[in-house]
Design a protein around this ligand. Sequence first.
Ligand SMILES: NC(=O)C1=CN([C@@H]2O[C@H](COP(=O)(O)OP(=O)(O)OC[C@H]3O[C@@H](n4cnc5c(N)ncnc54)[C@H](OP(=O)(O)O)[C@@H]3O)[C@@H](O)[C@H]2O)C=CC1
Ligand SMILES: O=C([O-])CC(=O)C(=O)O
Length: 268
Amino acid sequence: MRHLRVALIGWGAISRRVVALLSERMRRDIVIVAVAVRDIEAPRDGLPEGALLITRPEELGNIDCDIVIEAAGRCSIESWGTVALTEGCDFVISSTSAFRDDALRDRLTALAEERDCQIIVPPGAIGGIDALAAAAVLPLDSVEHLIVKPPAAWRGTPAEASIDLDAIDKVTTFFSGSARQAADLFPQNANVAAISAMAGVGFERTRVTMVADPYATRNGHRIVASGAFGKLDVTIENEPLATNPKSSELTALSLIRLLENRVSPLVR
Ligand SMILES: NC(=O)C1=CN([C@@H]2O[C@H](COP(=O)(O)OP(=O)(O)OC[C@H]3O[C@@H](n4cnc5c(N)ncnc54)[C@H](OP(=O)(O)O)[C@@H]3O)[C@@H](O)[C@H]2O)C=CC1
Ligand SMILES: O=C([O-])CC(=O)C(=O)O
């Protein structure tokens, strides 16, 4: 039986949900060996039994782990990714908006190649990424990504500068631009734009629209692509995570799929 030793960067909504699901699913073959936090003194509950609490990327060097999963925020990508890859661990990223920075992406990719390990971008909160990436083997004409969330999910973001989130009574579009602009301006809501961009036609050519919908209760994504392969149109409505309405439950589920595939004799 394969075993997987995992370090989690961040102890927020996604990490907590991943750990709860692994426990519910009794995955004794997937062990959380470390959890990275910023403030070691802060009170926190639910940590996986036996996991070491760490605060500095260098501490990964003292831990025997196979894979490091970032679920913290884009500021953590460079420091934790550099050490994880240098230590020969695969590095899974949730804060994919960090990769709107081509130089950072190139630096980490070169390091992964040098250390013979991988940076993994899971589909996160969206579906159809396997099909989009496969379609991109042949020329693509266009990729559009529509993000629709309830007003509460846009609080504390630049959306507040263009619309009154408390007052809107109809579906309101407040952003239209490239995936690079979307990922740059909305690091807590448009990581998915970076995922669809990297799977398809890149950060400049992927067009993103963001919408606040006062009647929505879920986080919605629609990806429409066309090209030599044909046409793709994928729509998904995600339940938000209980402890962070900006993030969708599917992001944690996608990490469970990734981890379970790493230990399973049948990858699906
Ligand atoms: N790829 C995708 O499809 C999706 C990606 N995301 C992204 O995933 C990331 C995690 O999301 P979520 O769990 O909902 O976010 P939360 O805000 O719930 O949790 C993030 C946690 O990370 C901690 N943190 C921040 N920086 C660091 C650091 N440098 N080292 C250690 N811990 C750190 C914070 O701790 P504290 O502030 O207490 O120190 C917080 O507890 C976010 O960037 C989010 O935008 C979200 C949804 C979809
Ligand atoms: O969870 C979602 O629906 C998408 C999200 O927050 C992100 O891409 O950052």
